[in-house]
Design a protein around this ligand. Structure first.
Ligand SMILES: [Zn+2]
Length: 187
């Protein structure tokens, strides 16, 4: 959609302004999202939107469970950086239900196995940043990070200080992780 807008802009900047505004107001994905919105979902939250819309390269959601999902980080700290989210819009770690807590851990294990299979890292950081001062970019919807690590990539402090050393595209990451998850689940 962004590409389309840029293209239009070149052809006719004046017209594009109106189209672009309408696009923002009437984007189909938004309508579906608003129609499908239910309790525990926040409009304009990218995790809520992904959980409602389902797995695709656009949402970056690579595996959908019943109450939680595995999603790619759009701004990865390393190749293969995944996250596990509850579908419910919450930042309250204390308030996770027993079922959510259990599924989060099942998906952390599945994500861990998929990263190992697809990337064979030497190590892995698994963690939760609660609150903006703790380094959370989206601090109102809880998300666990899984960051594959290799000797000499960076050390942990630059990782949490948002240093990035990325070499592959998100599409490639999506394909690799999806393939690995499919293989693991078949076995
Ligand atoms: Zn949310």
């Amino acid at each position: 959609m962004v590409k389309k807008k840029l293209k239009n802009k070149k052809a006719s900047p004046k017209k594009t302004k109106a189209v672009s505004k309408r696009d923002t107001l009437f984007a189909p994905w938004r309508l579906n999202y608003i129609k499908g919105a239910r309790d525990g979902v926040k409009q304009d939250c990218v995790f809520c939107w992904a959980a409602q819309t389902g797995p695709s390269m656009e949402t970056l959601l690579v595996h959908q469970g019943s109450q939680c999902s595995i999603i790619l980080n759009k701004f990865p700290y390393n190749n293969g950086h995944l996250m596990v989210i509850p579908h419910r819009h919450t930042a309250d770690f204390d308030g996770l239900t027993r079922d959510e807590f259990e599924e989060i851990h099942q998906l952390l294990k599945l994500a861990y196995q998929a990263i190992k299979r697809a990337y064979n890292p030497q190590g892995l950081n698994v963690g939760l940043n609660l609150g903006r001062v703790a380094g959370s970019g989206i601090d109102d919807h809880l998300h666990y990070h899984l960051v594959p690590r290799w000797g000499g990539d960076t050390n942990f402090m630059p990782v949490i200080a948002h240093t990035k050393i990325i070499s592959e595209s998100l599409d490639d990451t999506f394909e690799k992780i999806k393939k690995a998850i499919d293989e693991i689940r078949r076995n």
